[in-house]
Structure formats: C-alpha cells, structure tokens
Design a protein around this ligand. Structure first.
Ligand code: ADP
Ligand code: MG
Length: 417
C-alpha cells in the first residue's frame, strides 16, 4: 500500500518524497487506525488524507471550516485528475442536488463539506447510502472551546460517526498542539485509541535567543545598525511602545513602519504594503500585525516584550525566514513583561478556569525565558515533539553567547497562590 501511496504522490502531485510525518500518518490511516496529526501550517496535512482517500475502497468525507479553503483544495485535486467535489452554501439548490446524485453514484473519491452541512437531513441520507471509508477532520481544533476558532457545528461530527455503519476510520488534523485542544478533540471526535503524530514544528533555519538584563532600547539600536537594509519585525506589547520605538527609529533615519489597532485602516494597509514591497525595512507592531502575511525574506523578529504564551511567540517568531535562509528570533525579557501579561489576563479573562489556563501558559512562556537548556528543544517539547536532540547549536543557550547575571529569579514563579 505504501508503495502505491508513493506512486500517487509522484503521479498526481509531482512530489518525489514525503515530507516529515506524512508517510507514517498515511500508513496509520491505511492500517485502519484512528489518527490524530498535529503539524504546523504549511507542513502538508492535506496530502495525509488525500492520498489514503485514493487508496481506500469508499468515499472520504473531509470536514473543512472555510469555503475558500475547500474550493482551493477541490480545484487542485480536480486539476490533478482526482475526482472530488465540495457541497456547501456557495452552491444553489440545483447544484447541490446534482452533486448529491453524483456522490450517490460513486462519482467522487473525496467530498468536502463545512460542519454545518452535517446538520442537513438530505446530506445525512447521502451518507447512509454511500460507503464511507474515511472521515477526515481538517482544522480539528475548531471542535474545542480551548481552540482559537471554536465552531459549535464541529460537534455534529460525533453524531454522524455514531450513525455510520460500518464506522469509518477517523483522522483529525490541526496545527494547534495544546494539551486541552488535543484531549478535547480526541474525546469529541470519538477517536478510538488514536495514533498521535506531532511533527514538523522545527524550523532549522531560525536561531532563537533570549536577552535578559540588557537595555532593550540600546539592543534594538545596535541591532538596527548591524542589520541595515534587512527586513525585520519588532513586536511590542502596547501601541504606545510601538509609537515610541517607531518614532525613534524613523528619527534616526531607518526605514521603519508601524502597525497597530489604533491606526486607521488606510494607514495600516499602507504600512503593510510598504513592508511587503521592501519600501520599509522594519515593521514595529503589536500582535495585530502578521496574520496571513506571507513575506519570505524576513531576517529577524525581535520581541521587545515577552508575549502571553508560547503559541503566540512561536507563531510571531515563525514569520522570520520562510524562505529557509538563516534568520534570527530574539526575545528581550524583563520582569515587567510578566506583570503586563498578568494584568492583561486579569482584564480579559473572566472565567476562573480559563484564567488558570492562561496563567499556566504564561508560566511556560516565562520558563522559556529563564531556561538554561537548548531553546529549540524547549519549544519542540512544548509543542509535543518528544525526540528533539538535547542541543541545537543555534540558540543563545547552546551558543552561550550571553552570560548576563540573572537578576530576575524572584520573578520566575508567576503563580503565587
Ligand atoms: P497544511 O494543511 O499542513 O498547512 P498543506 O496541505 O496546505 O499544508 O500543504 C502545504 C504545501 O506543502 C502545499 O503547497 C503542498 O503542495 C506542499 N506539499 C505537501 N506535501 C508535499 C511533499 N511531499 N513534498 C513537497 N511539497 C509538499
Ligand atoms: Mg491545511
């Protein structure tokens, strides 16, 4: 079967080899095991269910949250000569009926739907009349309230599974690896002793540094001088801090832009465009900046303040070096950052359970800043990759560039009660 999977990869996708994790995940699905795969964005999750779909006898139902994503995937499958269709609210009644009919006749190997479709009686009837081999849940974190995109309709998936005889293999995919999301997804998607794969979080071309006990401002100014003309992002916690830094850099003649929620839409858009087209080199921004930005040549991401958790940090830092060239992720830490984040949690999170959860995540972020071990290993372990090597030779702890006296020990434990 795996040989056939490789043939499909070559023939339909034009790829010679699998990316990290893909082969194992495909094998697990083909062996008939429920499978849960956590891989970051861009790691190649789609192939992991599309390839088995072509080898299994029946239909694969793909649950996908976004109509645009569905269309992209189905279009490229069709272009690759694989028979697939989506059934969603972008179609009119006649088109939906036509696709349901074709599906009944066994015309499609893959059918993509949004979770809401599972609540339609007509669609449930279709599912009763086809052989469902695989149910692939993309963006599976949407089923969990702990995830960042909770989508109540994802809960309908379990009732479909219960009705389906014989029960299909279930494979769930997400880039969100927190413990709560993982446990929730396994429970709510009724996964039976799933094989769990967590792979591909390592970004080898990124170097990680934490700087403590330095003057942040001086550090940034030195860094700017050493990196003239290179593209970079500096994240700061507040609009005020962004404005201050931006003014300072501009005054010194650096081509800097700024981005935060306090600016008008037009200002933000202009700033973003200028950055994308390298008219400005450094973007000083709050965490409002970066969603959906795909700029390949960002050489550094500096965090002027510590973010609220490792998920946020890795997502923001990960905007560096998408082109695979060496790039730096530098976090400037001071104890005050912890108080800021604690304050924000108290302000923004009401429910106690949630607050504790946020505190725990903050604690992991603080621990990262104080860790003496390999920072890359810390990150990979945090995201669930167990077998990271003990040292990467590409982080400030492995390279031991810095030997600052640690004046922040007292601030290490943020959870005081
Ligand atoms: P994800 O859903 O994990 O974000 P995608 O499935 O959208 O990732 O895939 C990301 C990119 O990786 C796509 O451009 C896809 O064509 C490419 N890709 C997937 N598998 C392979 C492979 N085995 N070799 C090379 N590129 C691949
Ligand atoms: Mg995807």
């Amino acid at each position: 079967m795996l040989d056939k999977a490789k043939q499909i990869l070559r023939k339909h996708y034009g790829f010679e080899t699998f990316k990290e994790g893909q082969e194992e995940i495909i094998k697990s699905i083909l062996d008939g095991k429920d499978t849960f795969a956590i891989m970051p964005t861009g790691a190649g999750k789609s192939v992991c269910f599309q390839v088995p779909a072509q080898l299994l006898p029946g239909v694969t139902l793909v649950i996908s949250p976004l109509i645009s994503l569905m269309k992209d995937q189905v279009d490229s499958l069709n272009e690759a000569g694989i028979s697939a269709a989506y059934i969603n609210s972008s179609l009119n009644y006649g088109q939906i009926e036509e696709r349901l009919q074709k599906a009944r006749e066994g015309y499609f190997k893959l059918i993509y739907v949004a979770p809401e479709r599972l609540e339609s009686q007509r669609f449930r009837e279709l599912l009763q009349s086809v052989q469902l081999s695989l149910l692939a849940v993309d963006e599976a974190h949407c089923v969990s309230q702990w995830g960042h995109d909770f989508r109540p309709s994802y809960r309908a998936i379990s009732s479909v599974i219960r009705e389906q005889l014989p029960r299909p293999v279930i494979a769930a995919f997400t880039a969100t690896a927190t413990k709560e999301v993982k446990e929730d997804a396994i429970k709510l998607l009724l996964l039976r002793q799933p094989d769990i794969f967590i792979t591909g979080f390592d970004r080898k071309n990124l170097s990680f540094s934490v700087m403590k006990g330095v003057s942040k401002r001086d550090f940034v100014l030195n860094h700017m001088q050493d990196n003239i003309g290179k593209s970079g992002i500096i994240y700061a916690a507040t609009r005020k801090e962004v404005d201050g830094l931006w003014r300072e850099l501009t005054r010194r003649g650096y081509r800097a832009g700024r981005y935060h929620a306090g600016l008008s839409d037009i200002e933000r858009e202009e700033s973003q465009e200028a950055f994308l087209y390298d008219d400005i080199h450094v973007m000083v921004a709050t965490n409002a900046f970066g969603m959906g930005i795909d700029k390949s040549n960002v050489r550094y991401v500096i965090h002027y303040n510590m973010p609220k958790n490792m998920e946020a940090y890795y997502q923001e830092a990960g905007r560096a070096g998408r082109d695979g060239e060496p790039s730096a992720c530098i976090l400037l830490f001071e104890p005050r950052d912890v108080s800021i984040q604690k304050f924000l949690i108290e302000q923004n999170t009401r429910a106690e359970e949630r607050q504790n959860n946020e505190y725990q995540k903050l604690q992991s972020m603080v621990d990262y800043c104080h860790s003496q071990r390999c920072l890359r290993k810390y990150i990979l372990n945090y995201f669930g990759e167990r077998d990271a090597p003990p040292s990467c030779d590409n982080c400030s702890n492995c390279n031991d560039e810095t030997d600052y006296v640690d004046i922040t020990l007292d601030a290490q434990k943020i959870i005081s009660c």
